[in-house]
Structures are given as C-alpha cells and as structure tokens.
Design a protein around this ligand. Structure first.
Ligand code: D41
Length: 681
C-alpha cells in the first residue's frame, strides 16, 4: 500500500517542525510554542505513523524523545536508561479509567478480580535528572538527554540545596531519578532580578517565560557561578541502578526509603486502589494546583507492585505500568487581532490585546491586558503577532511572549497614543508614573460613563437598573452630562432610548428616587475620588460626621483621619478644591440627595488628646473595654505597659506590677472616680 502524497508531505512537515521545536526546547531552552502545541503536533505525527507504518523513519522525533547535549557538557551514558512516560490528556475520569483498563487487560485480570494498587504522584514541571551516589557520595548528576545519553551537569546540581551530597546508610551504588524545578516565588524573584539587570543595560540577560525554562536554563548553564545564583528545588520519584541495598517489592516502599536516605519526596504522593481512587486524586490535585508553590502539569499513576511492573514491561521506552495524566493546558497560542486602548474611570489608558478567541486554563479568552506602555514595549506585542497566552487559576489572562518567527514583516511597533482615543484630549504620563492619563476629565465621555456607573453601583448610591448599556446610551445621546443630570431625568427623556418601554422607564425613575436617601460613606465613595475606596469613605464619615468639614478640610486635617496617608489626603483636597466638583455636589444636594449627618466629631479638641493612659486591675463599675473606649473617644492612647511616657495609670482592685511601676516612676494614679473626673475635663 502506498501512502498518499498529501499525507507523506504532512508527515515530512511535522518532522521538520518537531525537530526545530525540540531543538529550541531541549538544546537552547528557548521554546517558541507552548507545550500543548508541541504535544498536538507530536500526537498528529504519531497517529500518522501508526496508520501508515511505511512513513516511519529512524530519525523521526517520535523515535527519540529528548534532545542532544550542548557543546560544552561531557556526555554520560545512563547505566539504566531513563524511560519516558506515556501521556493521557483526556479530561477527568477517562484518562484514569483507560489506563486502569489497559493495565488489567494486559495482566489478564477479570472484572471480578481485586482492584490494582497504584501510586499517584504529582507531575512536576521541571527537568528530569539522574543522580548517582557511590558509597553514599554524589559522584555524578546527568540530564535525561535522549534517555540513553545525557549531559554531565554535576557541577551545577551540586549547588541545589535540596540534593544531598552525602547519604546516610545508603546502598553501595544508588541512582536516583527526579525532577529539578524552580518554585514560583523563586522564579518571580529571579525574573525581577533579570529585569533590573536589563534596565541597567546588561546585554546578554533575558527574562524567563516560565519556571520550567528558568530551571532548565539553570541546570544547563555552562557557567556554574551563574547556575549557583539560580534557586532550584528537587523532588525524587524514581531510581535507576541500585546495588547492595535492601530488597523492595513496591514502588512506594522505595520512595519511602529514598526519603529516609535524605531525598525530598513530595508528601502528596499516595497509594491508590483502582481507577476511582486515581480519579479522586486527579480531581483533588487539580483543585489545589494553583495553590501549590510550584508548577505541575498533571499527575502520574504508577502500578505499585514491582513484580507487576516487571510483568507489564515497556514498549518503545514507555513503561506500560505508568502514565502521566495531564491537566488542561494553561498556555496556548493565538493571534493578536488588534490592540485597543481602554479609558478607565480615572482616565487611565490601558492597552488591551484583542485576541483570536482561544480556550486556555478552562475558559475562552478574547482579551489580555498589556498593562501599560512599558509592559507593552517590554513584550513588544504587535497587531498580527502570534502570542503565547497564559491563564493560571483565577489570575487574569496574560500574554507571556510573542513567537518571533511568526511575525509578519510589515508589523508595526505599538505606541501609546498621545491623545485620548475616546475624547481626543491630550494624554499625559506624569514623571515617575507608569500610566498615561486622559486629561479630559468629565469632558471625556469614557470617564463620564465610568463615573456615572461608579456612582450608581450597589456599594455607592445603589441605583437599580442603571447598567452599562443604559449609561452608554444616555451619555451618547447627550441626555446626561453630569451626575446631577441623573436626577433631572423625566419619562420623556427615557422612553426615547432603545429598548426602554414606559414600564422600565418608570422603574428607573423609582430607583433614582429611592437612591436619594443614602448615607455619607456611600455618597463619598460614589463621587469616585481617586484613592478613596469604601473603607476610606467610611473612615472619613466617622471622623468628620458631616460632608462640609470634609470639603473644607486642609491636608493636615485630613491626615488626622486614621488610615489616611499623604496620597489620599492630597487627592481629597485637590478634588474638593475644584469648583466644578463642588458644583456637582451642590446640585446633587439641590436635587434631593440626602443622608443623616452625625455630630461634627472634630470641632472641640479632645480633652485627652496626646495623653497615654494605662489600665490595671478591676474597676468597681466599668469594664475594661468600656473604660478603654471612653478614653479613646476622648483622644487618649491606651497602652499596655507603664513607662516614663505614661501620663496616667487607672488602677482598680488587684492592681499588680503596673501600679508598682507607676509609683516607682511617679506617674499619676487614678481610681474610677478620678477617671470620670478626667473625662469630664
Ligand atoms: O514528576 C514528574 N515529572 C515525573 C516524571 C514523575 N512523577 N514520575 C516519572 N516517572 C517516570 C517513569 C515512570 C519512567 C519512572 C517521570 C518520568 N518517568 C519522566 N520524566 C521525564 C521523562 C520521564
């Protein structure tokens, strides 16, 4: 049977592609495509070769997993080959069931036979390594390479703290296999450092795309001095040659022995019985995946009994007794259709990449923020580019990197516009700030829309039914220009809007009416003053009791509010200095927006401002809490121990060492009556 030319060509093309990407990944540590994409191409070729065995060539990437040694590292022939592991990408249950069914079939088991015992492990996303110990001393560390021949990276691995250099009570010869990886926090720190070096003008430095690349780069770093600065971790999950040790009968018992000899073994490794346990493990680990301190790309199932493992054997370097069950990929390729600039409520301009929709990390992603000009420039994302998009957990999707090979020749570097894309006002970037801002203020319809939506939201004035679509229409139709315009709306304005019947219009009017009765914190928050969130609004309301003193307050006065710092105080002051903001507030009040005002809390200076008081012993009528609260509302600070700075000690029955200390230091001592007198001024 001859193979159709079309299929022959596809197989050739796939081999070319896979050779290229394997080289990028294994040899240069700079992959251009996400793993998921590589796996897909690999699978496609594997399937073509299975249906048309004539296509198979000895140099096909499917026949030799892994890469070649970099010039510069000595080659190491593994005494016991490092096998690869078969991958299941099927979601949830099917992957585990398929594996269990295959194992049972190959062992000739019947349905009624007992479930098989497995070990379930995490699949660490790092670099496979083999460590050789002779007489308990680390003598060699080698990468996996193609499974037969790897690279001697002993120097670099010796710098990994978690790899023991010397073992206790270990066999005469011991080869341990495991994964070298980089923790996420170490990766972030490393990239931060790299960015600093680049900013200082270092030429040969780069940031890393993900922890796995950083780990691979560190292990295969030719300069051990640089390798030493890259923080790596290690977990053991297998072994090669063992001589002169105890006999083992299960995979799990070997792992426990490795642990006893001093190797890090993950405590998430567990013994499972049958497919159901494996499925439960896959699900539980999937749930915890994002909370782990390191990346994993799946779980691994292994038949626990070493006798059964032997019976099952392997096909082309993949043991029949093990399988890797992957999680959905968190990185995918897609293309950038456009880069839009979004205008936020405070006028901040944010570049956003509009993407060809792509399913990644469990959701369809269509946008990814590029954050700001510096970020966009650092990644050099351009319209038409093919990019790697990553979405891990609940984190917002991001463009990790561009695939430079796929860039079109005519592509243009992205630049931030110097004018607002919505209103055309000048956009400026203040010294020391990362963001450009539209200077249009409420003249900018984008900012106006956001301001109105912010004012109307549930946590502010809570105007039910005033959503994005409606606000867009009202602003675009010019029905609303400022916040008070909301309260001047009539039925006639509303019914002219799209999809607005008389009933809905009436509902909106009723919601507006209802919203007029609000609270001071809601109103303050609703004004959308920069840096003033809900909790600051509450603090301000509590401190001042009323709006007018807030509007009149100096920066110094504002700084007296607990938790209000200079940035917030400046922002508040600047906001209330603006005549048009005062006008908006005046008009809102005139339209009937109202709230209950509290006592103006800061009028009279507090009688105990600046005084420090210590409470000790039991007072006749006041509880400790009551006394503390009374003192604090009079402006005193209540401290826990007596010192020279203490102004008064209030002592009740069974006062102990604090009273002695007060006498020793000559601090004034009061009883409950004395306290009341003090509070009364
Ligand atoms: O965590 C891993 N990445 C991992 C890799 C693991 N937990 N177990 C593994 N077991 C094997 C066999 C079954 C061959 C002993 C593996 C790998 N192999 C492996 N890693 C890279 C190639 C093969």
């Amino acid at each position: 049977m001859t193979v159709p030319a079309r299929i022959q060509e596809r197989a050739d093309a796939l081999r070319e592609l896979l050779h290229h990407h394997a080289h990028q990944y294994y040899v240069l540590d700079t992959p251009e495509i996400p793993d998921a994409e590589y796996d897909r191409l690999f699978r496609e070729l594997q399937e073509l070769e299975e249906t048309h065995p004539e296509l198979l060539t000895p140099d096909s990437p499917t026949q030799r997993v892994g890469g070649r040694a970099l010039e510069g590292f000595a080659k190491v022939r593994h005494k016991v080959p490092m096998l690869s592991i078969r991958t299941e990408t099927d979601i949830e249950a099917t992957g585990a069931r398929n594996f269990d069914a295959r194992v049972r079939r190959e062992l000739g088991l019947k349905e009624a036979d007992a479930p098989i015992e497995y070990v379930a492990e995490l699949k660490f996303d790092g670099l496979a390594i083999s460590l050789r110990y002779e007489a308990g001393v680390l003598v060699q560390a080698a990468t996996r390479g193609d499974g037969e021949i790897g690279e001697d990276v002993t120097q670099n691995i010796r710098t990994v703290g978690q790899v023991p250099l010397r073992l206790r009570d270990a066999p005469a010869v011991l080869e341990v296999r495991g994964e070298v990886f980089m923790r996420r926090d170490d990766f972030e720190r490393l990239n931060e450092l790299q960015r600093e070096k680049i900013a200082k003008g270092a030429k040969n430095e780069k940031t890393f795309v993900n922890p796995r690349n950083a780990a691979a780069g560190a292990v295969r770093q030719l300069d051990p001095a640089i390798a030493r600065q890259r923080p790596l971790s290690f977990f053991a999950y297998g072994w090669g040659q063992i001589e002169g040790g105890p006999a083992f009968d299960t995979h799990h018992s070997v792992l426990m022995a490795l642990k006893a000899w001093g190797f890090p073994v993950s405590d998430r490794i567990t013994v499972a019985r049958g497919a159901d346990d494996l499925i439960a493990y896959h699900q539980a680990v999937g749930r915890d995946r994002d909370a782990l301190p390191f990346d994993i790309d799946g779980v691994v199932y292994k038949v626990n009994s070493l006798a059964l493992q032997k019976q099952l054997g392997f096909v082309t370097r993949e043991p029949r007794w093990a399988v890797a069950h992957k999680f959905p990929a968190q990185e995918q390729l897609t293309t950038v259709e456009s880069i839009d600039v979004y205008v936020g409520r405070t006028g901040k301009l944010t570049p956003v990449a509009r993407l060809q929709p792509v399913f990644v990390g469990g959701v369809t992603v269509t946008n990814a923020t590029l954050h700001n000009e510096d970020e966009a420039r650092r990644k050099d994302v351009r319209v038409g580019d093919t990019v790697i998009v990553r979405r891990a957990g609940d984190v917002i999707p991001e463009v990790v990197a561009v695939v430079p090979e796929k860039r079109q020749a005519a592509s243009q570097v992205f630049t931030m516009p110097r004018t607002c894309p919505v209103c055309g006002s000048e956009a400026v970037r203040e010294e020391g700030e990362a963001d450009y801002r539209c200077t249009g203020g409420l003249f900018c319809s984008a900012q106006r829309k956001h301001a109105i939506l912010h004012f109307a939201q549930r946590r502010a004035l809570d105007i039910e039914g005033l959503g994005e679509k409606l606000v867009d229409q009202m602003v675009e139709a010019g029905v609303i220009r400022t916040l008070p315009d909301l309260y001047r709306l009539g039925l006639a304005n509303l019914v002219t809007l799209e999809r607005m019947g008389e009933k809905s219009a009436q509902n909106v009017l009723a919601a507006l009416e209802k919203s007029k009765h609000t609270t001071l914190p809601r109103f303050l928050y609703g004004l959308g003053i920069r840096h003033v969130g809900e909790s600051t609004a509450r603090d301000l309301a509590r401190h001042f009791g009323q709006l007018d003193p807030i509007m009149e307050a100096s920066v110094e006065r504002l700084l007296e509010v607990p938790d209000v710092g200079p940035i917030v105080a400046e922002s508040l002051h600047a906001f209330f200095q603006q005549p048009h903001n005062r006008e908006v507030i005046e008009q809102l009040r005139a339209c009937g927006v109202q709230w209950e005002e509290g006592p103006p809390a800061v009028q009279a200076p507090k009688p105990l401002s600046g005084k420090t008081v210590v409470l000790t012993g039991t007072l006749p009528t006041l509880s400790r809490e009551e006394a503390k609260e009374m003192l604090e509302s009079a402006g005193a600070k209540v401290a826990g121990s007596v010192s020279k700075k203490t102004d008064y000690v209030v002592a009740g029955a069974e006062a102990g060492s604090k009273l002695d200390k007060a006498r020793e230091l000559g601090v004034a001592v009061l009883d409950e009556d004395g306290l009341r007198g003090l509070l009364a001024g």
